[in-house]
Design a protein around this ligand. Structure first.
Ligand code: 13P
Ligand code: SF4
Length: 336
């Protein structure tokens, strides 16, 4: 596998002329096919499944048993009969899988696949903050650590947050963590006044309405889709707001021919696959001036997936006590 490592490095890191790049790409495909074969043999031999988020690399989505948003993947993790779940996503997702299936071995291809949103809410800080709200229910977006989940009453995802908040009594006092943008969006849509933890996802929070207007000037007929982790100024110019899966569904049912997409780039792969005749333009990150990639999601490479299945590591290990407390608010979410 050392040869593969060198080629992956060259392919991903070095800028080369077109001919050289094409040759390198063909070699990359040969190694990729070899790896894919090995991965599928390992999966069978070990009764393992691969769950992948829509933000992962196309080749990772292609080998996954299930590709989805946070809600769908957490449901899959809860019901699978496999002995091993390899989570091609980020750390909090693999942790959630462990909490829901403690008897299973949960692997993550790279332990550095964290999440800026989860990191923006350390459990110790949240604990202090919650002392100001003793009568409030604590709703936490699933993008948080297992410890933060233990401080929460109900977990929500971007796919079910509005439904769950609307189902709570009108006079229920609520603290929402950790995403201030998703929290503000829920407040606006439901007329609630939830107290918000001041956290954000760096990938979504950096997007601007100006970047959308620039694309709109070139593609005036394109509809704007936005993830609710974006700032209110971005959501204001959107034709549709929803989770990754909801945006995907929208593009399938809608009759527009083009879309400007304000979220992470990875979703475009599935969107284009499901809508081959439509055009998709991802909103550029104005700070990096390039595609809006979540660098954590892109740490999931075929090579790391192969290594993780082969060595059965890195594995997510959580204390039993933590699992017992954290599972409660997640199960609450499934009750709605
Ligand atoms: P969803 O999968 O709920 O759309 O959330 C997006 C995200 O940022 C995942 O980390
Ligand atoms: Fe976390 Fe944002 Fe990456 Fe999603 S896109 S995993 S919220 S950093």
């Amino acid at each position: 596998m050392r040869g593969a490592k060198v080629y992956f490095f060259l392919y991903e890191k070095i800028f080369l002329c077109k001919i050289l790049r094409n040759i390198l790409y063909k070699i990359f495909l040969i190694f990729a096919r070899m790896l894919i074969n090995q991965i599928s043999k390992l999966k069978k031999a070990k009764n393992a499944i691969i769950l992948a988020h829509y933000y992962t690399l196309p080749e990772v989505q292609d080998i996954a048993d299930f590709v989805g948003d946070s809600l769908v993947l957490s449901k899959q993790a809860a019901v699978t009969q496999a002995d091993i779940i390899l989570f091609a996503g980020v750390h909090f997702m693999a942790e959630t899988a462990k909490i829901l299936s403690p008897q299973k071995k949960i692997l993550i291809p790279d332990l550095n696949a964290g999440c800026s949103l989860a990191d923006s809410c350390p459990a110790e800080e949240l604990e202090k903050f919650l002392k100001n709200y003793p009568e409030h229910k604590v709703l936490s977006y699933i993008n948080c650590s297992a410890k933060v989940k233990t401080l929460s009453d109900i977990i929500v995802t971007s796919g079910n947050a509005l439904k769950i908040v609307n189902a709570l009594p009108k006079d229920e006092k609520i603290v929402f963590t950790p995403d201030r943008n998703l929290g503000a969006y829920i407040n606006k849509e439901t007329g609630r006044e939830m107290a918000l933890w001041n956290g954000a996802c760096h990938v979504h929070d950096q997007l601007t309405a100006e970047e959308i207007y620039k694309l709109k000037a070139t593609y005036p007929k394109a509809k704007v889709l936005a993830h609710p982790e974006c700032k209110a100024t971005v959501l204001e110019v959107a034709d549709f707001i929803g989770s990754t899966a909801a945006m995907l569904q929208f593009t399938k049912n809608d009759d527009a021919i083009a879309y400007i997409v304000a979220t992470e780039t990875g979703i475009l792969y599935e969107m284009q696959k499901q809508n081959p005749t439509k055009q998709f333009y991802v909103v550029n990150n104005p700070i990096t001036c390039s595609c809006n990639n979540c660098e954590y999601m892109k740490l999931n490479t075929l090579e790391k997936i192969y290594n993780a299945l082969q060595t059965e590591s890195p594995e997510i290990i959580l204390e039993d006590e933590l699992i017992k407390k954290a599972v409660y608010p997640i199960q609450k979410m499934f009750d709605y």
